[in-house]
Design a protein around this ligand. Structure first.
Ligand code: HEM
Length: 87
């Protein structure tokens, strides 16, 4: 329970989730991430959340981007024309 529950639960829960939804796509858009090392990831069994013990990644700044999907192109075109995207 990362944000706790009940009457004393986190009031920043929705805000924090909103931040992640903005930040994570921004990071993935700008950087490519590579797992460091070959060994399988192990997790801390005593921790109540998922906590990897040996999971390291390297980030490389993207200089080119994969081709957009057909759907993404359509959404971008609709958006440019001021239409509401149909998703
Ligand atoms: C990843 C981000 C966050 C996590 C994991 C988190 C986690 C938590 C947890 C576990 C509690 C309960 C603490 C307890 O048991 O006493 C809590 C309480 C609280 N959090 Fe957060 N929080 C986050 C972000 C935020 C943000 C962004 C805000 C404000 C904008 C915020 C404001 C508060 C407040 C005011 C309380 C006290 C609520 C009360 O005692 O009635 N938190 N948070």
């Amino acid at each position: 329970m990362p944000f706790a529950t009940g009457p004393r639960g986190c009031i920043g829960f929705n805000f924090a989730l909103g931040e992640v939804k903005v930040l994570l796509p921004e990071l993935v858009y700008r950087y490519e991430f590579f797992k460091e090392g070959e060994e399988a990831v192990t997790y801390d069994p005593e921790f109540q959340l998922i906590r990897p013990m040996n999971f390291y990644v390297r980030a490389k700044k993207r200089t080119s981007w994969p081709e957009k999907s057909k759907d993404a192109k359509k959404i971008a075109e609709d958006y440019k024309e001021g239409e509401k995207p149909r998703v």
